[in-house]
Design a protein around this ligand. Structure first.
Ligand SMILES: Nc1ncnc2c1ncn2[C@@H]1O[C@H](COP(=O)(O)OP(=O)(O)O)[C@@H](O)[C@H]1O
Ligand SMILES: N[C@@H](CC(=O)OP(=O)(O)O)C(=O)O
Length: 410
């Protein structure tokens, strides 16, 4: 049993869907095929959520119409009719007619999850057209989570029971990445870019032989080719190095993906859907570690510095209050550093969450912050690589450990 995962970039148009079908036909007989929403659908649905929650009906209809037309066009290009998805469109139309109920995050998951339902319907039909025995599985019935909307925590025991029951026999299973459901039947999502994690959940539960995530890059490179020239393919990576790169923000793999695979020693392949015969990267249980420096580059960073109002030291009681506020706001910390009387953190800019968090923090601290910064992480650094990335940059904060340096720059 193999698990394949195809992200939004791989199914962004009709040609992408046909390419996926070809890869599964030639390399993925009996695979579980986990698919994300097509192209940038999740971003578009986030706009629908924003408008719906703000009761801005014009904007809501406009954004939802874009999503509908995009899928209808792909279906038309594939020679398929709207019948493949019309019940899903009808259901969301109905939901959007009712007034918002529940928290913003709960609403978010009910709407945004539709992206993966749509994409897998289209993919399911195309796999059947290349004569594969296909079964469309609803991941909401299989991946059980708690009610932490937008970051559902998996109930592994229940999920394993459901997945092993559903995936038996000789067929290609097509299912949605990124989505799950609570015990009382409310849809949840697993965090942005969470479809890689879904692939790992299925692989773990099924004791799969391997997981392959099909990407628009040749494999894991020593830097994101969007930002760096002359990148090098990393043919072999240890689980540990892969976890570290993903944790620091190498968006090629979702950080939660590796641990379940490592626990069962399941290899993870990262391969190119543009060159499906190339070997790509294999991540597994290997000796040694990377030798060349790897770079991770994050833009839109905010450096927040907190100073206790009463000039007290930054100590355990302050820190627990600070971490509590961040956890409550759902803001992840990319880097932190403290002095005796100040505590600095770097986070992703997020218009939904950061302003509300700053408001909260101002109740207890004097808060200063800088926006529009970059966070550069170099794993297995040396002084010359640091100097090279700092050319023409102003360094605001630096943190070094034995293998990793993080630089906050403008
Ligand atoms: N170290 C890296 N190696 C390869 N790609 C990387 C790396 N870091 C970031 N990326 C980016 O990850 C992208 C693929 O991930 P993503 O766009 O999320 O794909 P998908 O939608 O298929 O999940 C690549 O196009 C590349 O820009
Ligand atoms: N569609 C979701 C989940 C996901 O993993 O997507 P992708 O595989 O395209 O990164 C998102 O965009 O967050």
């Amino acid at each position: 049993m193999k698990v394949f995962k195809f992200g939004g970039a791989s199914v962004k148009d009709a040609a992408g869907v046909l390419n996926l079908a070809q890869i599964v036909r030639t390399q993925g007989q009996n695979a579980v095929v986990v698919v994300s929403a097509m192209g940038k659908t999740t971003n578009a649905l986030e706009e629908v959520v924003r408008a719906y929650a703000a009761a801005d009906l014009d904007a809501m209809h406009r954004h939802w119409e874009v999503v509908k037309q995009y899928h209808e066009q792909i279906l038309a290009d594939l020679g398929l009719g709207i019948g493949v998805i019309d019940d899903l469109l009808y259901d969301l139309d109905g939901y959007l007619k009712t007034p918002p109920q529940g928290t913003y995050n709960a609403i978010y998951d009910q709407i945004v999850s539709v992206g993966e339902l749509l994409s897998t319907r289209v993919v399911g039909v195309c796999l059947a057209q290349v004569s594969l025995p296909v079964r469309w599985l609803d991941a909401r019935q299989l991946v059980r989570t708690d009610a932490t909307f937008r970051e559902g925590r998996v109930d592994w025991a229940e999920t394993a029971l459901r997945i092993t029951k559903a995936v038996t026999g000789e067929f290609v299973a097509v299912t949605q990445g990124f989505i799950g459901q609570t015990i009382d039947g409310r849809t949840t999502t697993l965090g942005r870019e969470g479809s890689d994690y879904t692939a790992a959940i299925f692989a773990y539960c099924l004791n799969a032989k391997s997981v392959t995530i099909w990407k628009d890059v040749p494999g894991v490179l020593n830097a994101d080719p969007k930002w760096f020239d002359d990148t090098v393919l990393l043919e072999k990576l240890t689980y540990q190095d892969a976890i570290e790169l993903a944790y620091y923000g190498a968006t090629v793999i979702h950080p939660k993906t590796i641990k379940p695979l490592q626990n069962k020693n399941i290899p993870l392949y990262v391969r190119s859907f543009l060159k499906p015969d190339a070997p790509g990267t294999v991540i597994g249980n290997f000796e040694g570690h990377l030798t060349m420096p790897s770079f991770i580059f994050k833009i839109d960073q905010v450096l927040i510095s907190l100073h206790p109002n009463d000039f007290s030291f930054i100590a355990e009681d302050n820190l627990s209050r600070i971490f509590g506020r961040f956890a409550q706001a759902g803001v992840k910390i990319n880097l932190m550093q403290n002095t005796a009387i100040s505590f600095s953190v770097v986070v992703d800019q997020n218009a939904d969450r950061v302003p509300a968090l700053l408001e909260q923090l101002r109740q207890d601290f004097r808060v200063t912050y800088n926006e529009n910064l970059e966070l550069i992480t170099i794993r297995y650094y040396d002084q010359s690589t640091i100097e090279r990335v700092l050319i023409d940059k102003k360094l605001l904060l630096e943190q070094k450990s034995r293998y990793t340096v993080q630089l906050v720059v403008r």
